[in-house]
Design a protein around this ligand. Structure first.
Ligand code: ADP
Ligand code: ASP
Ligand code: MG
Length: 403
């Protein structure tokens, strides 16, 4: 008898029939003799609607109240799924994050899990009850409801699997595994049977949202094997385990991240300490910066451009506008219509010309590069958002379809 944590994403629980379908899968698994803990996301589109509601009331908002609102989508699904499981004749009980409890720090909207109170789940399992846990949400030490960042139900599932020392964490979604790039964007994407933690970490952090980056970090830390598969079709699947990598290709995956926005501060005095002051202010506002470019200075002034998540843009703009006077800088401009496309591969650091090939592949499609960043195992380009899909297909064709 194995202990399995099954996570069902938004599309998998998108309507009452789909919820009933999930309930059948859960019950079948239990009747085959396994112990099952379920983690469920909000019905597809629901969290987006809640985020829009918050922003309509206050674009710059208290993140405690944001979490209070956006965490509610999951409460609906766990109740409905529990009822559907009960209707099939099994005992089941739903658990909000605070009822498990899933204890997090207080970084609202991007909280980190500190511990999972596994006793309640173990007690339910011992009584033959199927626990259905709300993904994405937790509770801080003071009792405030927190959320784990968009896509956070994956992280809930892996954290629960780690706490219970489950044999396997199954992530059910709307595609049948992890592909060389988003299969909904690129028809020629190939499914990977296996992927290592490190490769998946790169793919996820560059925007392959099939698994939230934090869930991959946790899985790696606690050695949780994760099987990603479709809740709609049988078979397929990608197993993520240690050292179970893709073929060691120069480029093993392509990803796009549409969640970035660009901030440009013009006419910044080119003096020591200025960049430090600017980015300290941004960090103090608890905003994570991704790419940064500073132009070569002409006549003692330069431009600094950086990217943040779209969700943080309004606060980033306000923060920077608050200190440009002190910095003696010019104007702040922002652009939300950008996307970051990346090629990822552990083989690329020993291979000259990979970046050049990427740039020429984009140039052939007439795509202008706004910013570039590189590391040993990836090259990322910021481009206009409208070209994101075209860029993914072109890069996949260049690096993953030639033989
Ligand atoms: P869920 O709601 O089940 O959590 P998500 O929408 O968060 O599902 O993630 C699944 C989606 O991830 C797929 O529909 C697919 O479009 C996208 N995706 C992006 N990159 C990849 C990739 N490399 N492999 C598989 N899916 C990917
Ligand atoms: N419902 C949350 C979101 O849409 C969490 C998740 O789906 O994983 O971000
Ligand atoms: Mg997801």
């Amino acid at each position: 008898m194995a202990l399995i944590v099954q996570k069902y994403g938004g599309t998998s629980v998108g309507d009452p029939d789909r919820i009933k379908n999930v309930a059948r899968k859960v019950v079948d698994r239990k009747r085959k003799g396994d112990s099952v803990v379920v983690v469920a996301s909000a019905m597809s589109g629901e969290t987006n609607k809640l985020v829009v509601l918050v922003n309509k009331i206050a674009e710059i908002h208290d993140t405690r109240e944001y979490d209070q609102v956006v965490s509610t989508g999951e409460q609906v699904t766990i109740g409905l799924l529990t009822l559907a499981i009960q209707a099939l004749g099994e005992k089941s009980r739903s658990f909000l994050g605070l009822q498990v409890p899933i204890v997090t720090d207080s970084a609202h909207a991007k909280a980190r899990i500190l511990r999972v109170g596994e006793e309640n789940l173990r007690k339910a399992l011992a009584e033959g009850v199927i626990p259905v846990v709300a993904g994405f949400q937790g509770v801080d030490e003071k009792g405030n409801v927190t959320t784990l960042g968009r896509g956070g139900s994956d992280t809930t599932a892996v954290a629960v699997a780690a706490a219970l020392k489950a044999d396997l964490c199954e992530i059910y979604t709307d595609v049948d595994g992890v592909y060389t790039t988003d299969p909904n964007v690129c028809e020629t994407a190939r499914r990977l049977d296996r992927v290592s933690y490190d490769e998946m970490l790169e793919l996820a952090s560059m925007g392959a949202k099939v698994l939230q980056t934090r869930s991959v970090e946790l899985a790696k830390r606690f050695r949780v094997p994760v099987l990603t598969l479709s809740s709609f079709t049988e078979g397929g699947g990608t197993l993520m385990k240690e050292e179970e990598g893709m073929e060691s290709l120069v480029v093993s995956g392509v990803a796009a991240d549409r969640n970035e926005a660009k901030v440009t501060v013009s006419h910044v005095p080119d003096r020591q300490g200025i960049a430090a002051r600017l980015f300290q202010a941004v960090a103090d506002a608890n905003i994570v910066v991704d790419m940064i470019v500073q132009n070569v200075s002409e006549s003692g002034y330069t431009d600094i451009t950086f990217t943040v998540t779209k969700a943080d843009l309004a606060r980033a703009q306000k923060t920077v506008e608050g200190i440009i006077g002190e910095l003696g800088a010019g104007k702040v401009r922002t652009d939300v219509n950008v996307a970051k496309v990346s090629i990822i591969g552990s083989g690329m650091h020993s291979q000259p010309g990979v970046a050049a090939q990427m740039f020429s592949s984009l140039a052939k499609e007439g795509i202008n590069i706004l910013m570039i960043s590189t590391s040993e195992i990836k090259v990322s380009c910021l481009i206009e958002e409208k070209y994101a899909e075209l860029a993914v297909r072109a890069l996949h064709a260049t690096f993953l379809e030639n033989g």
